[in-house]
Design a protein around this ligand. Structure first.
Ligand code: FAD
Length: 308
């Protein structure tokens, strides 16, 4: 049913390939009752044969088994390489150790090592009593786990909200990479120039690992506010106009959102970025729409055209 051995590929080896790669992100159900519909949606996305799929990790860790089961299903049944997310801030070292063991057992090769947002109830407590403070501590634990996981990390072209400035944010990011992060995925960006400026600053600071831009297709007017609130991302006027115009027309908004995301991806590819991560949010129709819009572009072997 799938290419032999592809399911066990390390993401870093996928990123080294010269051809264009599109990856999709899905999230696990919050409750058992939602499991079946999420499984079906993620399988539909897996059938599109993305370069890899990532499965997020519920902030409190309460859905950790679903992250593994949904991810293992995609990997084993469809041969799609898996990137399993793992957060640490609201957990303790023993629980994280157990999850790492479960990932080893499930044959997972790639882990996105995240801190997670600091829960409101922790913010008043004594920081010295926390088991984790930053993702780098999880990266170190993964490196000491006895398995050679390929480790990914998060990064923020528009600066992580807790950082005092971008220089400090990049300094900590560099430390995270030096601790063992092999590639980075960005927070969603709606304006590619922010990604390119960030990439330039990373390279200038000596961060040399691959950086995958994260693209979020906004296909529903109500999603906009939530996406901006969660990510703090800048929404360009060009996109605001689309939402203002089509936000109340679900069919038109979906098409406009897919085309906007596809347009961003084409611009990234045209400017030398060969891997893009799509926050596809368990929406097979959106993932398929983007892939379809890019079909010929993705097939192109990108010969530089000489203008005459
Ligand atoms: P860190 O790398 O620890 O950075 C957090 C902040 O601390 C930054 O401001 C950084 O500059 C600063 N910092 C780092 N080290 C130090 C230090 N030594 N001293 C002082 N400051 C320091 N959340 C989930 O709950 N589940 C998910 O599955 C999930 N997936 C994500 C995937 C991607 C691609 C992205 C971009 C985010 C994801 N998130 C997820 C959200 C993420 O957990 C939050 O953004 C969180 O607030 C930060 O996580 P981090 O791993 O980037 O943390």
């Amino acid at each position: 049913m799938y290419e032999n051995g592809r399911s066990n590929m390390k993401i870093i080896d996928i990123l080294k390939k010269p051809e264009f790669g599109l990856s999709f992100e899905v999230f696990p159900p919050k409750k058992e009752t939602g499991y079946e519909s999420v499984r079906l949606a993620t399988e539909e996305i897996a059938r599109l044969k993305p370069s890899f799929m990532s499965v997020t990790y519920g902030a409190g860790g309460g859905t950790s088994a679903y992250t593994l089961n949904i991810g293992k299903n995609i990997k084993d049944k469809y041969g799609v390489p898996l990137l399993a997310h793992l957060t640490c801030i609201s957990s303790d070292r023993e629980k994280v150790r157990a999850q790492i063991e479960a990932m080893k057992e499930a044959g997972i090769e790639n882990v996105m090592a995240l801190r997670g947002d600091i829960p409101a109830e922790m913010s008043d407590s004594d920081r010295s009593s926390w088991d984790y403070h930053y993702a780098i501590e999880l990266v170190r634990q993964l490196k000491e786990s006895g398995k050679d996981f390929c480790i990914g990390g998060a990064c923020y072209p528009e600066v992580h909200p807790e950082s005092v400035n971008q220089r400090e944010d990049i300094r900590h990011l560099k430390e995270k990479v030096e601790a063992g992060v092999e590639f980075l995925t960005t927070q969603m960006v709606f304006d590619n120039s922010l990604f390119f400026t960030f990439l330039y600053k990373l390279r200038e600071a000596g961060v040399t690992v691959p950086v995958i831009p994260g693209i979020m297709p906004i296909t529903n007017g109500n999603q906009v506010e939530r996406a901006i609130k969660l990510s703090g991302a800048f929404m360009p006027q060009r996109f605001r106009a689309i939402v203002d115009r089509f936000g109340n027309d679900p069919v038109a908004m979906k098409q406009a959102g897919i085309i906007y995301a596809a347009d961003q991806i084409i611009d990234l590819y045209a400017n030398g970025i060969t891997n893009v991560h799509v926050y596809s949010m368990n929406k097979p129709d959106v993932a398929a729409g983007i892939q379809k819009s890019l079909a010929d572009v993705m097939r192109s072997d990108v010969q530089t055209c000489e203008y005459t």
